[in-house]
Write a protein of this length. Structure first.
Length: 277
C-alpha cells in the first residue's frame, strides 16, 4: 500500500515537525519512505512544502506525481490551492481556515475558503482556536495532523508517540499540549466531515466546530446539530459564533435539542448555546 502526502504552509508554521512525526511513524512501522522538502524563510513567511511517500515496497522517487496524492495537508488556506492538482480523484484535502497574510494582494479569505469547500473530500479546520484550547497557538500544526490522521496509514498511538518524540527535549508539558492538539484536531475533522455529509454548509460547520470544546461533537448529537445548523437560525448562529468574546460549546445532543425546542431561540442564542443544561 502506498500513501502520498503533500504538506504545505509558510515558514514558521511547523511543517517540518509534521514531517518528522510522520517519518518517525513510518520508521517505527518498518515502512519504506522518502521525503523532499522546499523550505521558505520563516521570518518572511516564505512558502514551505514537503512531499512524503510511504509504502510497504521500495520507493523510486521522492516526489509525489501530479494526480497521485493521497492527502494534501495545508496549515495555510491559500497555500493549499497550489497543490490541488496533485490529488488523486479520491484524494483528501485538509486545510486550516486561518490565513497567514504575507502578501499585499492576498485575496478575500472567505472566497478562498469557499473555493476549498467546492473540492470533494475536503476538511476545513479552525486550527488556531483549537490549538489555543489545547494550550498554545503554536500547536496548530498538530491540530492539522490530527484532522488529517484518518488519511495517514498509521494508528493514532504510533503518531502520538512520534509527537512525544518530536517534542521530547521541550518537556512533558509541551508534549502533552501537542498530543492534546492532535486529539482535538482529530475530533474536529471527524465532526466537520459528519456535518458536511449531513448537508450542513461549510461556513456553518467550520464556525460551529471552531467553538466546540476541543473539537468534540458527540456521536449521538450529530443529527441534532445538523438540524440546528441547517435551520433558519443558522446564519444568526454563525454570526454569533464568529464573535471574539464568547466561550466554548459542548457538542452534546442536549444543547442542540434545547435550541431546537425553544420557541424564542433566535432571541436567546447566547444563553441556549453557551450555558450548560
Amino acid at each position: 500500500m502506498e500513501t502520498n502526502i503533500i504538506l504545505a504552509g509558510v515558514g514558521g508554521q511547523g511543517i517540518v515537525s509534521i514531517s518528522y512525526v510522520i517519518d518517525m511513524a513510518a520508521l517505527k512501522s518498518e515502512r519504506f519512505f522518502k521525503q523532499a522538502e522546499v523550505h521558505g524563510m520563516s521570518q518572511r513567511g516564505g512558502a514551505v512544502s514537503s512531499h512524503l511517500r510511504i509504502s510497504d515496497k521500495p520507493i523510486h522517487s521522492d516526489l509525489v506525481p501530479r494526480g497521485k496524492g493521497t492527502l494534501v495537508l495545508s496549515v495555510e488556506p491559500l497555500e493549499s490551492l497550489r497543490y490541488v492538482e496533485y490529488l488523486s480523484p479520491d484524494g483528501a484535502l485538509v486545510v486550516s481556515t486561518d490565513p497567514f497574510v504575507n502578501i499585499p494582494n492576498y485575496g478575500d479569505v472567505e472566497e478562498i475558503l469557499d473555493a476549498i469547500a467546492d473540492i470533494p473530500s475536503h476538511t476545513l479546520i479552525a486550527s488556531d482556536r483549537l490549538a489555543r484550547q489545547a494550550g498554545t497557538a503554536k500547536a496548530q500544526n498538530m491540530v492539522m495532523l490530527g484532522a488529517a490522521s484518518p488519511y495517514i496509514d498509521f494508528p493514532d498511538d504510533v503518531l502520538e508517540n512520534g509527537i512525544r518524540e518530536a517534542f521530547a527535549k521541550k518537556g512533558e508539558k509541551v508534549q502533552g499540549i501537542n498530543v492534546a492538539a492532535f486529539r482535538a484536531g482529530k475530533a474536529a475533522g471527524s465532526a466537520y466531515r459528519a456535518l458536511i455529509q449531513n448537508k450542513v454548509r461549510s461556513k456553518q460547520a467550520r464556525s460551529f466546530i471552531g467553538r466546540l470544546k476541543l473539537g468534540v461533537l458527540e456521536d449521538d448529537a450529530i443529527d441534532s446539530w445538523s438540524r440546528v445548523l441547517t435551520s433558519e437560525m443558522a446564519p444568526a448562529i454563525t454570526e454569533l459564533l464568529e464573535g471574539k468574546t464568547l466561550g466554548q460549546i459542548r457538542g452534546t445532543r442536549e444543547i442542540a435539542t434545547r435550541v431546537l425546542d425553544a420557541s424564542d431561540a433566535s432571541s436567546r442564542l447566547p444563553e441556549l448555546l453557551f450555558q450548560d443544561p
